[in-house]
Design a protein around this ligand. Structure first.
Ligand SMILES: *Cc1c(COP(=O)(O)O)cnc(C)c1O
Length: 314
């Protein structure tokens, strides 16, 4: 295997209908977890675009940032290894824990540099500076944040719109787990560019509170739409922080039960950090707003290895 690996095929991920309704609503799931590289997920879709850039240059290293549980770091380390590039992962030492993802990162031969939270950007700068003395590092922001990551979900929105056109039906709501919000920003920008900026795209925050959480998403939307010189109305962002349960990685028995049910009854692996938590949040939202008899799309953003971290508790 000496030719560089092509970064992921560009085929659309499946949209499937769940057998069980949720509070009287028909629920469909877009299976981003089935993207065909490194257990898929939204980080695989974003990383594909970053590696398109990387392939164009004579880079020697890929550097990125994320926690021990990071799906982003796993996908980037895997793509780097597949391309024969060295990879450095900068991780916060506060609360660092080994997970299936961090073990995969080691399997891919990436170097993990731990740093105190308050020294993250200084550490990244130092690592990049050192690498520049003998090579050419490419830096990817944590989570694949930025216009490139947003672009990946503009493409995913096009897949959703194509599915709707083909079936002759539209989804009344699109729900998704929202973290740094690049994924949500991409869907919102995709809708705006398709002239559908008013549709209901609801980010269920898995960690951040408003106003900051929603503002970060809105800023990503503005940044991307400015870059593509969009002339229309900038859509509002719906980022709901009602169900964060105390923050990143925190969950309750109901979230765990949601993860169990999705696996047992639908055969879909979810996790307590992102997809299971947001699916549970969606259920709460539908109930709280008395929404019934609607067609709802849930974006399954992946994170398959995290399911196995949760498995012991199920
Ligand atoms: C990173 C991640 C998210 C959050 O994506 P953002 O674009 O940062 O909002 C959601 N789900 C999974 C499984 C993730 O790994």
């Amino acid at each position: 295997m000496d030719s560089p690996k092509k970064p992921l095929s560009a085929c659309a991920t499946p949209i499937e209908r769940l057998s069980a309704s949720v509070g009287g609503n028909e629920v469909f799931v877009k299976r981003e977890d089935l993207l065909p590289f490194s257990f898929g997920g939204n980080k695989a879709r974003k990383a594909r675009l970053f590696f398109r850039e990387i392939e164009k240059g004579d880079y020697t290293h890929v550097v990125t940032y994320g926690a021990g549980s990071s799906n982003h770091c796993r996908v980037v380390a895997n793509l780097a290894a597949a391309h024969g590039l060295a990879c450095v992962i900068v991780s916060p030492e506060d609360g660092y824990r080994e997970t299936a993802n961090s073990r995969l990162v080691r399997l891919f031969g990436a170097e993990i540099v731990k740093t105190p939270l308050d020294a993250v950007s200084a550490t990244i700068d130092r690592v990049l500076e050192e690498l520049r003395t003998s090579g050419k590092p490419y830096f990817i922001a944590g989570g694949g944040h930025g216009n490139v990551g947003t672009e990946a979900y503009v493409e995913a929105y096009r897949e959703i719109a194509a599915y709707e056109a083909e079936c002759g039906e539209t989804f009344d709501y699109i729900f998704l787990p929202s973290g740094t919000g690049t994924t949500q920003a991409g869907l919102v920008c995709g809708a705006a560019l398709a002239g559908q900026g008013r549709r209901k795209i609801l980010g269920m925050s898995i960690a951040r509170s408003n106003p900051r959480g929603g503002e970060v998403v809105a800023e990503s939307v503005r940044q991307y739409l400015a870059a593509v010189e969009f002339q229309g109305e900038i859509p509002a962002v719906c980022f709901d922080d009602s169900y964060i349960l105390g923050g990143y990685g925190k969950y309750n028995g109901a979230v765990l039960e949601t993860v169990r049910e999705l696996m047992v009854k639908e055969g879909i692996p979810a996790n307590t950090t992102y997809t299971g938590k947001a699916f549970w949040a969606m259920e709460q939202f539908l109930k709280a707003h008395k929404i019934k008899n609607k067609r709802v799309l849930f974006l399954h953003t992946g994170g398959a290895p995290l399911f196995f971290d949760d498995l012991g508790e199920l």
